[in-house]
Design a protein. Structure first.
Lengths: 265, 105
């Protein structure tokens, strides 16, 4: 049995069915990300004065990833236009670029995540805070106390607030600090559990990264084994490229808002 | 997009490239504007969101072809916009009765 309206538009909607389907799906996605943006606003507005982080993320890296995603959008639309112009070879080239750019985006994002998981804030018994990246971790936690030592490349601060606005703060020289386990009162890295900013940062960017990975898998399938359809039913194949492209552009669109909100403001 | 004549697509391709360059330019402007002190942080947020909205319009309008879509799609998006705006309005409205300093850091 043939699935109806995969190529020809339905008389009542004027569209092939998959297009209506993807737009309904994207509508639900708008509400999903909208709810998380709303959460971000409430967390930010509710943060005590001076305790919302600024400058915690690397702007050049974020800008680079934004450019990667924008470039993947143009290769996606060019892949679809190539199908429309009956140039299957060009389609293959453009979508190969899309897949590589998607992998580049995920790779850069993973590097950023690793940086946050290596970054530690250590509250010491004397009240000072050591902040920096873990170089060597020989700590063990037993009987509710730390033993051993850790080497951190960073600096000491007297007040936690000095760690929050890195845009305004004067730069501290980073040096290797040896932290004895017996001195440690509290230790945690900049993972999602660190504070509400890292929680919403990892939630928003993690969900977005899952969308990038999902989209890349679909585009990868259409580029590889799924491209056999071009020989049997090119119009239907072109529609599939359009549908996957609409999803990909939506992923780009979400990042257009995530980038300034999380990296710049 | 209903137009499927190959000869028309070279025109579309030029438009896509223009949008691409505009998006790159918009990204650089967004980054640059974030380093300009407009007096109040809210002003910087406003400027960044205006630029982001402009970029989103270009992506949705041209790459997603919303500039020339069927009524059915506009209908779906009108519902989405209504609920999205409602969600944001409720979020902003809640500021008037916000349990201040209750978030954990």
């Amino acid at each position: 049995m043939d699935i109806p309206y995969t190529v020809q538009p339905r008389p009542d909607t004027g569209l092939y069915n998959a297009k209506v389907g993807i737009w309904l799906f994207l509508a639900s996605e708008v509400m999903l990300f909208g709810a998380l943006f709303s959460t971000y606003i409430l967390l930010r507005v509710g943060a005590p004065e001076g305790l919302w982080p600024h400058g915690w993320l690397n702007v050049p890296i974020g800008t680079c990833n934004t450019i990667v995603l924008i470039t993947s959008s143009i290769t996606t639309v060019m892949a679809w236009a190539s199908c429309k112009m009956n140039q299957f070879g060009r389609f293959k080239v453009f979508h190969a670029c899309t897949i590589l750019l998607a992998l580049t985006f995920v790779g850069i994002k993973s590097y950023e995540y690793r940086d946050k998981f290596m970054h530690y804030e250590v509250t010491l018994a004397d009240g000072r805070i050591a902040d920096g990246h873990m170089v060597e971790n020989k700590l063990t936690f037993a009987d509710n106390k730390w033993t051993g030592y850790a080497m951190i490349k960073g600096h000491y601060v007297e007040d936690r607030k000095e760690l929050y606005d890195l845009k305004a703060a004067k730069s501290h020289p980073h040096e290797e600090l040896r932290i004895e386990g017996s001195q440690i009162k509290k230790l945690d890295n900049y993972g999602p559990w660190h504070n509400t900013y890292t929680a919403i940062y990892f939630t928003l960017t993690g969900l977005h990264a899952l969308h990038v990975i999902g989209g890349a898998i679909v585009i990868g399938f259409l580029w590889g084994p799924g491209s056999k359809m071009w020989k049997t039913d090119p119009e239907r194949f072109t529609n599939r490229i359009e549908i996957s492209g609409l999803f990909w552009h939506f992923v780009d669109l979400v990042w257009i808002f995530l980038f300034p909100v999380l990296y710049l403001l | 997009m209903s137009d499927s004549h190959p000869e028309h697509f070279s025109h579309h391709v030029r438009r896509y490239l223009f949008v691409f360059y505009a998006l790159l330019f918009g990204t650089l402007i967004t980054v640059g504007a974030s380093y300009i002190p407009f007096g109040h942080r809210a002003m910087n947020i406003g400027v960044a969101l205006v630029i982001a909205t402009g970029k989103a319009f270009l992506v949705a309008g041209y790459f997603m072809h919303l500039i020339s879509e069927r009524k059915m799609i506009y209908g779906i998006l009108a519902f989405t916009a209504f609920f999205f705006v409602g969600l944001m309005a409720l979020t902003i409205w809640s500021f008037s009765n916000f349990p201040w300093h209750t978030t954990t850091h």
